[in-house]
Design a protein around this ligand. Structure first.
Ligand code: MN
Length: 505
């Protein structure tokens, strides 16, 4: 990797001033790391250059790329953070310092794990670019992991799967997530990785060329007839996800449904649904596998129409249908919102408010253990979508009850909840909600306080905190809760307003 390659990538979207900043960061890093070698035998500079290149691929701003070039300077050279601050200013120094602090955290056991996760979140709340640099740094380290001793290798791979991958998933950065997963898989389960990747190669040669080509052609012709411009790519799912499914369901490679997958990119949402119709018209769909993530995005903002059809010879084949914008977001997730390439200086307001809200909501957790447990519950667990009778979509953690829903809609509705209709039938306030349930809370206007017994079954932090406030004798807390009806889990920035309207916002 050379600085010219990084610059060529960045020049697509950055100004000459920005390029000058990147060059001067490079010159400083080159001088600082002069003579140093990586364990691979390459000059040390290769690592910051690779890190910077990944950041430029993500379309991030010049300061982030500069910080990527400088990220190992204070740790590994005679130069100090103060030197970076003097030359490059507060912002870049902050980014470098935060990345260094995260790096100092070695992964040893559960306690460090929790601390690591918490630190990542704290850094993210301050400036999400820290995490992007850390991801780029980690990705390149994983690519060169084979040069490290076995035990170190495993510890880095485990830490990546435990901490980095869930956060990449949470932020929707699929592009980094699958690369990290496949690299970890390779080091943690070398034999299985080898076996799968060989099968993959053989199948790719034999099948992709014939079977996938045939389906691509048929679909292409049908779309041409309707004048829908399209791009169709045949692809295999990445190895780690195939392996995970084989573990989960105890199935063999060729039984995994979506090994064959085709991605169809069409200009707009309307064309997505029309394309879906075309596909279902050509091949018989397996409706149990149909997912409309455009109308109901995944919690991390992921969108696409997914359908699995029985193709020629009855082979199950998955289609993912999306627009170019959706595709970009599916690759880069939250990072796409930070893309300088896309938004330039008119970048939309930073979407990190929700991370801050998570931290605020967790502030009172007495220890890190509780913090992480709650965090996992609120974020990392599967979430479900339920609807109000008017069709507004609410996102809740799995295991949520009608009371959780009531508080998600409005604190006041939670406090006055008396009964519930689930899919138009009378339900219980403590029963588990399911995906796509239509939930209507029946309120009692005379009821002034929630039932403390609800605490035994509610799942969300929002519901718990709201109910607890009535247990405390503090009138201030009560006033606060009345004054702030906003539910703390905010609308995900990538969800179209039409998909999720919170009328109390
Ligand atoms: Mn590094």
């Amino acid at each position: 990797m050379t600085i010219n390659q990084v610059i060529a990538q960045a020049r697509n979207y950055l100004s000459e001033n920005d390029i000058a900043l990147i060059k001067s960061a490079y010159n400083f890093a080159a001088q600082a790391h002069r003579g140093q070698k990586r364990i691979t035998g390459e000059p040390y500079l290769e690592h910051p250059l690779q890190t910077a290149f990944i950041l430029a691929q993500m379309g991030l701003d010049a300061k982030t790329i500069a910080a990527g070039l400088l990220h190992d300077v204070p740790e590994d050279t005679k130069y100090k953070l103060a030197d970076i601050k003097k030359i490059f200013g507060e912002d870049i120094a902050f980014l470098v310092d935060s990345v260094t602090k995260l790096s100092n955290l070695e992964y040893h056991g559960q306690i460090r794990y929790r601390e690591g996760l918490k630190k990542m979140f704290l850094a993210m709340a301050k400036d999400i670019r820290v995490i992007f640099i850390k991801f780029a740094d980690r990705l390149h380290n994983l690519r060169t992991l084979e040069y490290l001793p076995d035990i170190k290798r495993q510890s880095i791979a485990n830490e990546t799967l435990d901490i980095y991958v869930p956060i990449a998933d949470l932020l929707g950065i699929w592009h980094l997530k699958w690369q990290m997963e496949d690299l970890c898989f390779k080091y943690l389960h070398p034999a299985e990785y080898q076996e799968l990747s060989q099968k993959y190669q053989i199948d790719k040669k034999l099948e992709l060329n014939q079977y996938i080509k045939r389906m691509t052609k048929e679909l292409g012709q049908a779309l041409d007839k309707l004048n829908i411009p399209h791009e169709i790519n045949g692809r295999f799912k990445h190895l780690y996800s195939i392996w995970q499914k084989m573990q989960d369901k105890n199935r063999k490679f060729n039984e995994i449904y979506d090994v064959f997958a085709l991605r169809v990119i069409v200009p707009d949402i309307d064309s997505c649904y029309r394309t879906l119709g075309v596909i279902h018209n050509l091949w018989r769909p397996n409706m149990s596998r149909f997912k409309d993530y455009i109308a109901l995005p995944k919690p991390n903002g992921y969108q696409s129409l997914h359908t699995t059809v029985f193709g020629p010879e009855g082979k199950a084949t998955e289609f993912q249908i999306r627009t170019p914008e959706i595709h970009e977001r599916a690759q880069y997730g939250m990072a796409a919102y930070w893309s300088y390439k896309k938004y330039g200086s008119k970048r939309p307001a930073p979407h990190v408010g929700w991370i801050q809200e998570i931290l605020n909501a967790q502030k009172n957790s007495p220890d890190t253990k509780t913090f992480i447990q709650q965090l996992r519950l609120d974020i990392f667990n599967d979430r479900l979508f339920v609807l109000s009778p008017k069709g507004d979509v609410y996102e809740l953690p799995t295991g949520s009850t009608p009371i959780d829903f009531a508080y998600a809609v409005h604190t006041d509705i939670g406090n006055k909840a008396k009964g519930v209709l689930i899919n138009n039938k009378i339900g219980q306030l403590d029963e588990l909600l399911h995906n796509n349930d239509i939930v209507e809370i029946i309120i009692d206007k005379q009821q002034t306080a929630p039932d403390p017994a609800w605490l035994k079954f509610v799942k969300t932090t929002k519901a718990k905190n709201s109910i607890r406030q009535y247990l405390k004798p503090s009138p201030v807390n009560r006033l606060l809760s009345l004054a702030n009806p906003q539910h703390w889990w905010p609308q995900h920035p990538s969800q179209k307003p039409s998909a999720k309207k919170n009328k109390d916002h």
